[in-house]
Design a protein around this ligand. Structure first.
Ligand code: CP
Ligand code: NVA
Length: 281
């Protein structure tokens, strides 16, 4: 495993001579740094392209950006607003394109989440993941990852902020053995959960709705009281950045059940696996 290999003295330079182009329409700490560090640990390198530089779809069309970048780099990682834009990049690029978060999905995050859960419990099947908050990109990818790896999934959202129906259908299609429950009651969702997970109430691009969302989501918080309803071995996950005092309290985020920094570190190890899978021929 690449994490063990790194911890036992370093990774082999299997990506020597390879470059990753990283296209960002939104800010990032974890995704940007973990992909860049992952490339360097594996002997390659990465180029950060800020929203101002590329002007994806504004300064230059997405098909043109995809074809130009494909001539320079061996892989593209893109963080975009509209999910269709990362799909369009992938359609036109001749190199692999990785979704580093879109408004609909955050698949690299979900893989790091699964690694963190596996490291904690040693196995995945039969565990219950409970997600509290917005039925957003992070929740959607987490559900699909749970379906793929055989974990039960409960989600509590305010009315009107549920996961899209097509995501639930896709999860059922991936695995009809797991239990998927949607509700509006945080206590019901958290009951006996092995993993309590939350994310911001206000995702990037939703800043104009901030005040209204803060009112709607009040109560959709992981706190000590909610944690007391979960399984005694429950861990708490958050993709970060966290808004302490909103979706999670300080005492839980910094408490003994929190695995949020292990989870953040695992972004690095999982990015390596994704990069090796896609860029080593
Ligand atoms: N979790 C996550 O994707 O963090 P960044 O937005 O900092 O990349
Ligand atoms: N749902 C959040 C995740 C940030 C990593 C957002 O899209 O802003």
């Amino acid at each position: 495993m690449l994490k063990l290999e790194w911890q036992s003295g370093g990774n082999r330079p299997v990506l020597a001579g390879k470059l990753l182009g990283m296209v960002f329409q939104k800010p990032s700490l974890r995704t940007r740094v973990s992909f860049e560090v992952a490339m360097k640990h594996l002997g390659g390198d990465a180029i950060y392209l800020s929203p101002q530089e590329i002007g994806l779809g504004t300064r230059e069309s997405i098909p043109d950006v995809a074809r130009v970048l494909s001539g320079y780099v061996q892989g593209i990682m893109a963080r975009v607003y509209e999910h269709a834009h990362v799909e369009e990049l992938a359609r036109w690029a001749s190199v692999p394109v990785i979704n580093g978060l879109s408004d609909s999905a955050h698949p690299c995050q979900a893989l790091a989440d699964i690694l963190t859960i596996a490291e904690t419990f040693g196995e995945l099947k039969g565990l219950k993941v409970a997600y509290i908050g917005d039925g957003n990109n992070v929740a959607a990818s987490l559900l699909l990852a749970c379906a793929q790896f055989g974990l039960d999934f409960s989600i509590a959202t305010p009315v009107g902020y549920e996961l899209p129906a097509h995501v639930i259908q896709k999860a059922h299609a991936l695995n009809d053995q797991i239990e998927i429950k949607q509700c509006h009651d945080v206590h019901l969702a958290a009951q006996s959960a092995h993993v309590l997970y939350t994310d911001t109430w206000i995702s990037m691009g939703q800043e104009a709705e901030a005040e209204q969302r803060r009112a709607v989501f009040r109560g959709y918080q992981i706190n000590e009281q909610l944690l007391s309803l979960a399984h005694r071995r429950c861990i708490v996950l958050h993709c970060l950045p966290a808004h302490r005092g909103e979706e999670i309290t300080d005492s839980v985020a910094d408490g003994p059940r929190s695995a949020i920094f292990q989870q953040a570190e695992n972004r690095l190890h999982v990015q390596k696996a994704i990069l090796v899978q896609l860029l080593v021929h």
